[in-house]
Design a protein around this ligand. Structure first.
Ligand SMILES: [Zn+2]
Length: 1022
């Protein structure tokens, strides 16, 4: 040590001497030359100053913003933005990118006009560039594509409105794996020229480093061919600078010391370090442009400490001359790559699953916090419906609006939000925001339905003032509106809204206090209905959760569930009346119940799908498709999560799934089986043990089974983490192949223990074959196809031929050392203590002939995403029914959207324009009838409103599509360029017909001639 000190001291003296003698310079002001631009013949090092600001993780979004709760982590985004802007104003060559609009919007609204003018200049000059530009950097495994579009649109609209800018680059640097939908939909379709990120599988990265294939052209969509391509750059390691170049005030990298009067002058030494690091990166990168990510999580809280050093590096390294270094942004870097006129390798499919080490597959978070994931999904569908209703009523400046829900949903898509990888108090913060947003939207929905159901002819002043109640806790059979005892002469009015563009017939279920109720439609005709008992398990969950979350005890009135079939027109509602006949003995007579062990085999289901139970098989449901001769057995099991005490300390945790063997669910005492048969559906209640039960339903006239599961509290007293799965086992010969969706959109082919991009070394045969599921998973062989659809994001796989499994719930007792620093052990707290979280949910199974399953997955999948919305009011006699509009559709009479089209967005914007998004639901070649070009007639969609102008835009509505296409960079691909696919033609201003090619989503801004009656004429019963 002493020797080394002596040497560096001697060197130091020498350098000082040289500087003084040669330059004659003493310690004075140095004007750093930060002007450099690209030098084509040199290696160009693009310094990209950035700060990765999580929209909630260890702290809540607001705590991060203001710098509160700093004992958890010293992070204050306000400091980042303030100090960066001061630094940019100091030197016009400095640049910065900002990414998370949730933070920037918080800052912006509190600035003076004078400050805003200055910041706008920084943006106009390109010194401050917004990239990615959503409210957050969304996760890519667990959000639904509609949520990804919505949260990006919200951010892009802010940027457009305040700055007139359009982001050019995707910047998904931190999400834990990357989806195909991100690449083409939230990339190419936004008009982005490139996409950058850090996290890919460590084996994949090693190969790409060797072969210089970190930068590729990614074609995320099979259906949309070459038009879905985007230039994609994977960083050589993480999203921080090379070692020795981090300059936050507490960082340990040596700063450049260039004052000859001070000790430790080190200019040449640091220049050498810089050049060496640049040359290392050049070795793994094509072209002579490399990007350095100058920043990482919550950096630039004191931006000068970074810019001072970067100024000096640019000055001295360029004087040295071996490489050229400049202030840059990903856009400038992208243009440089494009100008190099290189051909790039083509990448298809996606980057899932992500592993950063042999035993560390980040596939646990696909399921982490399953209740929160469902809450996000529920409100996503509700937000879609609420915006439609707001449009149909007309946006009111005095509120209520969907704005608060939009904001809450947007930040809930963050890669530490819906992913389930945040701390508990942060999860609670996201949920609180969602519930506050819901309450606003609930008021809007109620007032819109009140408005739409008001009859014009009526002179009754109270006519348009119906107070509708809704029941967000119907999933636990809690609904004060429907449970209320109907006093004599009163009845319950149920308005059922359908946000889909096609007519729908579906069984709705509401808890009621009497078994003697009947249902009539609006014309007074009594409907076939079914009365079912509320199970003990449901009653317990209902009681506990209403107490825990609403702070009150539910009345013991709900004893039964009433089910009836609602028939609802597209984008409209139907009305039903529930009344108490007072006659006893009606209800349960339609059903019968058996309990306990079976004396004989039980068969349930009257259509193509049957459920079979034998005495030894009570613990299992056997699904028999008579149409396809496939029998599937469904069971439950759990993995023990590794506790990380073996050779590798990696535990299973919030992010990582590392199983330590599977355990079947063992029987506890006598098996319980309850069979209920009725005119609308049959159902079977099974209790597998004290913490897992399910109800399986088979509806008349439908070929699928609906499974409603209840899992929890997962016992933890044995000290083991548990990850609960359900499994379907068949004899299908699936040859290691199965299919999972990408964010609820395209299906991607998966092959067990195989990756198309590299030779996979298998260390985790279970976790390494898990994929994110948002819509469903399916497998097929020569004779049949088995599909399972889900109601929220989950992880799943096919670990053996003919088998499918889903992970439904996890209770983890160890941290997986990826930063969250808290164990994922969700509990529910009651006055008498806390216990593990119980979750309730559904999945759906259907068996088809090969190639026939897509139709069900696509159309029924849309129905799962957009459940019927119920609103309740009471009436005296037939008063309400007689004085209100009881059937409504916004569409022209007898018009419906084709079965292959979904209405993703119908929203009136603040400026009165209407945002419309239409999606083709099928992939090319997926279905013989539906995978074709289809049409939507806007005149019939907007019945009674005159369209003045239709402008097609980018996916986020921030630029005209035609302009975007003109600007788009077309990249060269190695080998074949990829197929060009025909898309829908431009919309003719007279005809107003929108064409949609398979998987195409088209976005429009529509202006109407005002003052036209917005409510469609009453329609005849459909
Ligand atoms: Zn992050």
């Amino acid at each position: 040590m002493a020797v080394k000190c002596f040497h560096s001291f001697a060197l130091h003296l020498l350098l000082v001497t040289i500087v003084i003698v040669i330059g004659g310079v003493n310690s004075e002001y140095i004007e750093y030359n930060t002007t450099p631009r690209i030098v084509p013949e040199k290696i160009n090092v693009h310094l990209v100053p950035h700060s990765h600001d999580d929209v909630g993780w260890l702290k809540t979004v607001d705590q991060y913003y203001v710098g509160a709760n700093n004992s958890i982590r010293g992070a204050c985004v306000e400091n980042v933005i303030e100090s960066v802007i001061a630094s940019l104003l100091d030197d016009q060559n400095r640049k910065f990118i900002y990414v998370e609009m949730a933070f920037f919007e918080r800052w912006w609204r509190q600035q003076s006009n004078a400050k805003k003018v200055k910041v706008k200049k920084l943006v106009d000059s390109g010194q401050l560039e917004f990239i990615n530009g959503g409210m957050c950097m969304h996760d890519e495994a667990t959000p639904h594509y509609i949520d990804m579009i919505d949260q990006t649109t919200l951010g892009h609209q802010f940027i457009k409105r305040e700055f007139g800018q359009v982001p050019r680059v995707g910047w998904q640097i931190d999400p834990f794996g990357h989806s195909a939908v991100q690449a083409y939909l939230l990339g190419a379709e936004l008009g982005f020229d490139s996409l950058f990120f850090a996290r890919i599988d460590y084996q994949d990265r090693a190969k790409r480093l060797r072969e210089k294939t970190l930068e590729v052209i990614w074609q995320g969509s099979k259906s949309l061919g070459s038009s879905s391509q985007i230039f994609t750059g994977v960083f050589p390691r993480h999203y921080d600078p090379p070692d020795g170049f981090t300059f936050e005030i507490n960082d340990v990298s040596p700063p450049i010391q260039d004052d000859p009067l001070l000790f430790d002058y080190n200019v040449q030494e640091r220049v050498n370090d810089f050049v060496a690091a640049a040359l290392t990166q050049v070795n793994v990168t094509r072209t002579n442009h490399i990007m350095w990510l100058m920043g990482t999580d919550f950096r630039y809280q004191y931006a000068y400490s970074w810019y001072r050093q970067m100024d000096k590096f640019i000055h001295y390294v360029n004087k040295d001359g071996r490489v050229n270094v400049l202030y840059s942004t990903p856009s400038i870097y992208t243009d440089a790559k494009y100008a190099a006129n290189e051909s790039w390798p083509l990448k298809t499919d996606d980057f899932f699953p992500y592993a950063d080490k042999p035993n560390a597959y980040w596939t646990g978070y696909f399921t982490s916090r399953p209740a929160f994931k469902k809450y996000v999904r529920d409100l996503s569908g509700y937000y879609l419906a609420a915006r439609q209703l707001e449009f149909l009523r007309g946006r009111s400046s005095s509120g209520p609006t969907t704005d608060m829900l939009a904001d809450a949903l947007a930040i809930a898509q963050h890669h530490d939000a819906v992913s389930g990888t945040q701390r508990q108090h942060v999860a609670a913060d996201y949920a609180l925001r969602l519930s506050m947003g819901y309450l606003q939207a609930e008021k809007l929905v109620a007032s819109s339905l009140s408005f739409l159901s008001a009859s014009k002819s009526s002179t009754d002043e109270k006519n348009s003032d119906t107070k509708f109640e809704q029941c967000p806790l119907l999933n636990i059979s809690y609904c004060p509106a429907s449970e209320a005892r109907l006093s004599s002469g009163k009845s319950l009015v149920v308005v059922v809204y359908n946000s889909l563009g096609w007519k729908r017939e579906e069984v709705v279920r509401v808890p009621v206090s009497s078994e003697n109720v009947i249902v009539k439609d609006a014309s007074g005709k009594e409907l076939v209905s079914q009365i079912l008992p509320l199970s003990d398990i449901t009653l317990r969950i209902r009681k506990e959760h209403v107490k825990a979350y609403l702070g009150r005890s539910p009345k013991d009135t709900a004893k039964h569930v009433l089910a009836f079939t609602a028939s609802v027109p597209p984008l409209g509602f139907s009305t039903y009346v529930i009344s108490d006949t007072g006659r006893t003995g009606r209800g349960l007579s339609a059903s019968y119940v058996t309990s306990g062990s079976l004396n004989q085999d039980v068969e349930v289901g009257q259509g193509n799908l049957k459920l079979l139970y034998s005495e030894e098989g009570v613990k299992m449901t056997r699904y028999l498709s008579t149409k396809n001769q496939v029998t599937a057995e469904q069971t439950y099991a759990y993995y023990i999560g590794s506790n990380g005490t073996d050779k590798d300390p990696q535990a299973s945790g919030a992010y990582v799934f590392r199983p330590d063997g599977a355990r079947p669910i063992k029987s506890e005492g006598q098996a319980q089986l309850t069979v209920v048969r009725g005119p609308l559906f049959d159902e079977v209640h099974q209790e597998f043990n004290s913490w897992i039960s399910q109800i399986t339903r088979v509806y008349k006239g439908k070929d699928h089974a609906e499974i409603e599961f209840t899992v929890g509290p997962i016992p933890a007293d044995d000290g083991n983490s548990k990850e609960v799965i359900t499994k379907f086992t068949t004899t299908m010969k699936t040859n290691g192949t199965f299919y999972t969706d990408s964010n609820g959109r395209d299906f991607i082919k998966r092959i067990r223990d195989f990756r198309s991009d590299w030779d996979l070394q298998v260390y985790q045969p279970v976790a390494g074959n898990y994929y994110p599921i948002n819509l469903g998973i399916y497998m097929q062989d020569k004779t049949s196809e088995l599909s399972v659809l889900v109601d929220r994001a989950v992880g799943g796989s096919s670990l053996e031929d003919g088998q499918i499994e889903l992970m439904l719930h996890r209770r983890m007792l160890h941290d997986d050392i990826r930063g969250v620093g808290e164990i994922l052990n969700e509990t529910v707290c009651l006055p008498d203590g806390c216990k593990g979280l119980t979750i309730k949910g559904k999945f759906y199974v259907q068996i088809d002939k090969p190639g026939d399953g897509a139709r069900w997955r696509r159309t029924f999948g849309q129905e799962i995403y957009s459940p019927l919305l119920l609103a309740f009011t009471e009436q005296e006699g037939d008063h309400w029914i007689n004085s209100h509009k009881t059937i409504f559709s916004a569409l022209e009479s007898s018009y419906a959207l084709p079965n292959n089209v979904a209405l993703l967005t119908l929203q009136e914007l603040e400026n009165g324009e209407v945002l419309l998004r239409l999606a083709h639901l099928f992939e090319a070649g997926e279905d013989s009838e539906y995978s074709v070009m289809t049409k939507v007639e806007l005149k019939k969609l907007f019945n009674n409103r005159k369209i003045r102008k239709v402008i097609e835009t980018s996916l986020s509505g921030n630029q005209e599509k035609a302009e975007m296409e003109k600007r788009r960079l077309v990249w060269k691909v190695e080998g074949s360029a990829g197929e060009e696919v025909k898309r829908g033609e431009a919309v003719d201003e007279e005809e107003l017909v929108v064409e949609l090619a398979p998987m195409e989503i088209r976005t429009f801004l529509i202006r109407f001639d005002d003052h036209i009656d917005m409510v469609g004429e009453e329609r005849a019963a459909t």
